[in-house]
Write a protein that binds this ligand. Structure first.
Ligand code: SF4
Length: 228
């Protein structure tokens, strides 16, 4: 842990961005993850200590940064993890007294929280055409579903993003009942249909779903000497 502490102090991923010295605000932010992007968009002129590793904290760097600014804000989503530890270091700062502790943040929320009534919304909502959900444009599994669709096999699907393979234009999933059901359904069909089902049933299941509950169905399939 001591090595990690030293790494946190010296690594470039925990960096101080001094901001625009001409702005005169001397407002500083300690933040991490996506909240960093909201801070940069809302207050591009501000000084920022961007943490790329949230534990252990780079205490020397935090003290150095806090001494650089007049007003220190901690911007993080949900619980005040960084804020609690930084306050415990005896450093005066603000955080959840103005930043919401529920839901996701965005640039407008951060700006309004720090400088209430500072201006109109940063981004006007954009009207997008409605469209059905689909698998990601570059998803490598699209090719698998495309071929399964052409093979005219029964595809026993499961729970996950790939369930969207049932929608046109892929239209390559015939059942989806519950988590882990893809393999047992194929097993049951093979038992019911016998040899007629050979090479005509395919189960589709993602790795997490498989480990979570699909593996039990596969073990059962093997135990019962079933083809699928
Ligand atoms: S596996 Fe799911 S999340 Fe990943 S690219 Fe395909 S549709 Fe998108």
């Amino acid at each position: 842990m001591q090595k990690c502490r030293e790494l946190a102090e010296t690594a470039a991923f925990n960096r101080i961005e001094p901001g625009d010295p001409e702005s005169g605000l001397k407002r500083g932010f300690i933040t991490a993850g996506v909240s960093y992007l909201y801070v940069k968009e809302a207050f591009p002129e501000a000084a920022v200590l961007k943490l790329g590793m949230c534990w252990p904290l780079p205490e020397r760097k935090i003290r150095e940064f806090a001494a650089m600014v007049d007003e220190l804000f901690i911007v993080e989503e949900l619980d005040p993890f960084l804020e609690t530890h930084i306050k415990a270091m005896g450093i005066a700062c603000r955080g959840k007294d103005c930043i919401p502790n529920q839901g996701e943040l965005n640039t407008a929320i951060v700006r309004e929280a720090i400088t209430p009534g500072s201006g109109p919304a940063l981004f006007e909502p954009v009207e997008l055409p409605n469209r059905p959900p689909n698998m990601c444009a570059g998803c490598p599994h699209r090719g698998i579903f495309y071929n399964l669709s052409r093979m005219k096999v029964f595809v026993s699907g499961d729970i996950g993003c790939y369930t969207l393979g049932f929608l046109p234009p892929l239209s390559a999933m015939d059942s989806c009942v519950c988590m882990g059901a893809s393999v047992p359904i194929a097993h049951g069909m093979a038992k019911a249909l016998g040899e007629d089902s050979h090479n005509k049933i395919v189960s589709v299941i993602g790795d997490s779903t498989f480990i979570h509950s699909g593996i039990t169905g596969l073990i059962n399939t093997v135990y019962n000497n079933s083809a699928s």
